[in-house]
Design a protein around this ligand. Structure first.
Ligand SMILES: N[C@@H](CCC(=O)N[C@@H](CS)C(=O)NCC(=O)O)C(=O)O
Length: 212
């Protein structure tokens, strides 16, 4: 069975959403990101992945896959019939990768990560100055579209949904982009997304977690 190392409401939430959307069973291991401890047994998370970051997906053959963009596409390709990624060869596959990179680099690493990990204003000035322009890209794209890629839910939507969920705790009101707030409401109405969030919020109550 696949195993996912995660931290509640961290970017690994997107991988949980993808697994649940695909109906793939997995074992989930919560991780304390600050202490780098696996909650199950107190073992050293750096022994699971020297990157010390979630998500880590342990594959059926024991190999460990990291980086959300790779993990999400791996999950999607395990169950092509779930339609979570366009097939390789379809030009939309590159659109999917374009959005996965954008969310991972431009929203996550350029804004959410510094916001949750660095507290001094000097470090945060540039990320704060840039985030509105960054978010205007998916906001414009989603004005007349239901999903980021094609006409159905993909792992790119799982990734963006996670990032948008963290905007409020990061001090950004998503309501200033009506298309984004409508999109987020649509995504949160999906049973798999709702269940994934509820599960992680319940785990989060039992442990202190840093979300980005
Ligand atoms: N590029 C990685 C970033 C992963 C990442 O930064 N994960 C965060 C949680 S959202 C983390 O585990 N941070 C802990 C750390 O970097 O020490 C990805 O997209 O998966």
């Amino acid at each position: 069975m696949l195993q996912l190392y995660f931290s509640p409401m961290a970017c690994s939430l997107a991988s949980r959403i993808a697994l649940m959307e695909a109906g793939i069973e997995a074992r989930y291991h919560p991780v304390h990101l600050q202490t780098k401890q696996v909650v199950d047994d107190g073992s050293d998370f750096l022994g699971v992945s020297p990157k010390g970051a979630v998500p880590v997906l342990v594959l059926e053959n024991g190999e460990r896959l990291t980086e959300s963009a790779a993990v999400l596409q791996y999950i999607a390709d395990l169950k092509p019939q779930a339609g979570l990624a366009p097939a390789f060869g379809n030009p939309d596959r590159y659109r999917l990768q374009e959005w996965l990179s954008f969310v991972g680099a431009e929203i996550h690493k350029a804004f959410l990560f510094p916001t949750f990990w660095y507290k001094d204003d000097a470090s945060l000035a540039k990320p704060r100055a840039r985030i509105a322009q960054t978010l205007s890209m998916p906001a414009a794209h989603l004005t007349d579209r239901e999903f980021l890629v094609g006409d159905s839910f993909t792992v790119a939507d799982a990734h963006l949904t996670w990032a948008l969920l963290l905007l409020r705790p990061a001090g950004i009101d998503v309501a200033q982009w009506p298309s984004l707030s409508a999109y987020l409401a649509r995504m949160q109405a999906r049973p798999a997304v709702r269940d994934a969030i509820a599960t992680e919020m319940a785990v989060r109550k039992t442990m202190a977690a840093s979300p980005a």
